[in-house]
Design a protein around this ligand. Sequence first.
Ligand code: TRP
Ligand code: SF4
Length: 332
Amino acid sequence: MARKRILTGDRPTGPLHLGHYAGSLQNRVSLQDEYDTFIIIADIQALSTNFDRPEKLQVDVRDVALDNIASGLDPERMSIFVQSMVPQIAELTVLFSMFTTVNRLRHNPTIKSEAKQYGFEDNMTYGFLGYPVSQAADILFCRADLVPVGEDQLPHIEMTRFVARRFNELYDEVFPEPEPMVSRVSRLMGLDGNAKMSKSLGNCIYLSDPPDVVEEKVSQAVTDPARIHKDDPGHPEVCTIFNYHAAFSEDEIENIKEMCRRGTIGCVACKKNLAKRLNELLEPIRQKRRELEKAGSIDDILVEGNRRAVEEGERTMELVRDAMGIDYWDME
Ligand code: TRP
Ligand code: SF4
């Protein structure tokens, strides 16, 4: 039996942060042996909000690739590739857009909240409104079975399932209906207490942040505002630092919760403990990143990933053209 396939990935808009790590990266790494894994660096999707500065992609694409490999994805065991290098994804996007209504896209909750965040509500590009169709093509070009993602991506996986189902009904059975897989910690709070860690909100700890930056960011993070004195009883459930402990210090959370509620641990000590845990987690990632940068091998890894993705995309396109009867001539 062939292994089931995973496709997931990121928009290259800067280096990856702890929110990406908890929401998806950690899962990808632990699943890479059990599943045939494809990781997409969605550069075209990044253009949906950055079309006026495509030059940023040169750096951002490589940064995201480095963060993925440094976190433990093994280029010998999985494929990491760049969306724009796989023309079959663009072809599928056009075909899928024929039977996807504008209304369905308008009702997508993630599109709505991002439109608000970027101020696109009254004036949205066709590419931004339609990027979930393109994301469905990202997932379906390799006929993936499983998509490990953070919670905010669920509407897009729903859209992908709709596209797969509709295609199969209209033409022929080509696509599996991929399942989302949400991690234990599907969302991480921002350092400022915002519900989401996000680059555009400037409230992130990056995987590539050096140890002293991690310490400094943690020490500045928002905690329970009701704790003024060291022995005031705390409310860990509203505290950013506790949210991170819950994600990265699983073995200690009950203990920390208890001590915080009783007022027997101060926020300074609690933060020191967290910074230490985070630096232990990040040190091997930082080190691997430095090695990769030094070896200059990231471009070779991506070229090989692109090759494998194109091969898989062409296999899918043959099935698609055959199902739709748009294979008029053999042009070889
Ligand atoms: N939309 C995802 C994000 O913002 C990135 C992405 C693009 C993706 N294509 C994908 C995720 C396919 C999973 C599967 O992070
Ligand atoms: Fe947050 Fe820890 Fe302070 Fe409690 S003790 S409020 S969990 S930082």
